[in-house]
Design a protein around this ligand. Structure first.
Ligand code: RRO
Length: 290
């Protein structure tokens, strides 16, 4: 068992927000999914106060060992999430972490108020780092803004708050430190690296939304560097993600100071990847401890 901010988890492998649709997976795989759920906690796709359609297609581009997405945060909005998705996500056999994104303190407050009082919700992830939506806030890039946002919303809930950091800054450490000072209970990193796919025939960018975010094994060494510096600088737990596709990758992140790891892009290739990586990690940690 792993203790994460007072939440008991069966193992240290969770999912990255937006990379595993548990509701669609249950439709596809039936209740078998609940018997062998691949993650020890489930992080929802990010929600916003109002519904969003997301970016125009195409939304995905494969790169060598990587994936660029420009999804643009399609979601049902807070009310739609609470009415349609929350009851289904509450049936999962693991604690639920809800990911939220607002464009102002007021919007974040509304979201945290809306989900933070629900028994079904174990923790809240504040997504201040989506590369595909202009939030109007520079929370993810500014230590002052990060601290001030946390100061505004920390008093609204007793649920642990996880701040999802962007890798698209010179150094993620000052933002991580400010978030922790402001009351964040944990930080998670990395979100995707800003990236572009180009169509030379059109002499234009290929993705409908213009630019996107790069994930997958291509970003793993960048994630490892940032996880290592953040985990060496803050005392709150770090959730590490970025290209993890094997137990060895996960062990490296834990060795770099992470408390948990999250699997993202690998789940698109293999929906059962989380369970496999948790098993491989177990074997790897047993080998290391001799
Ligand atoms: O929906 C997206 O386009 C998206 C989000 Br919210 C995010 O946080 N990270 C990402 O790569 N894509």
């Amino acid at each position: 068992m792993v203790d994460f901010c007072g939440i008991e988890l069966r193992h240290p492998v969770i999912n990255g927000s937006g990379t595993f649709d548990a509701i669609a997976a249950r439709r596809a795989f039936g209740d078998e999914l609940l018997d062998e759920f691949p993650f020890s906690a489930f992080v929802s796709k990010t929600i916003t106060p109002e519904p969003r359609a997301g970016n125009p297609p195409p939304r995905l581009w494969e790169t060598p060992s990587g994936l660029i997405n420009s999804i643009g945060l399609p979601n049902k909005g807070l009310d739609g999430f609470l009415a349609d998705d929350l009851p289904q996500l509450a049936e999962l056999p693991v604690p639920l972490i809800v990911s939220v994104m607002g464009t102002s303190h007021d919007e974040f407050s509304r979201l945290v108020d809306g989900v933070g009082g629900r028994d079904e919700v174990a923790a809240i992830e504040l997504n201040v780092s989506c590369p595909n939506v202009k939030s109007g806030l520079i929370v993810g890039e500014s230590p002052e803004e990060a601290k001030s946002l946390l100061g505004a919303i920390k008093p609204l809930t007793d649920r642990p708050l996880i701040v999802k950091l962007t890798p698209n800054v010179a150094d993620p450490v000052p933002v991580a430190e400010a978030a922790a000072e402001g009351g964040a209970d944990a930080v998670s990193l990395i979100n995707t690296l800003r990236a572009v796919a180009f169509d030379p025939d059109k002499a234009d960018r290929w993705l409908g939304g213009g630019s996107g975010g790069l994930s997958g094994p291509a970003v793993r060494a960048v994630a490892l560097a940032q996880v290592h510096s953040v985990a060496s600088s803050v005392s709150v737990p770090v959730v590490a993600m970025g290209g993890i596709s094997t137990g060895r990758d996960a062990a490296e992140m834990l060795g770099a100071g992470a408390a948990l790891v999250a699997v993202g892009t690998e789940s698109f290739r293999d929906p059962a990847a989380g369970a496999r990586i948790a098993d491989e990690l177990d074997a790897e940690l047993a080998r290391i401890s001799g």
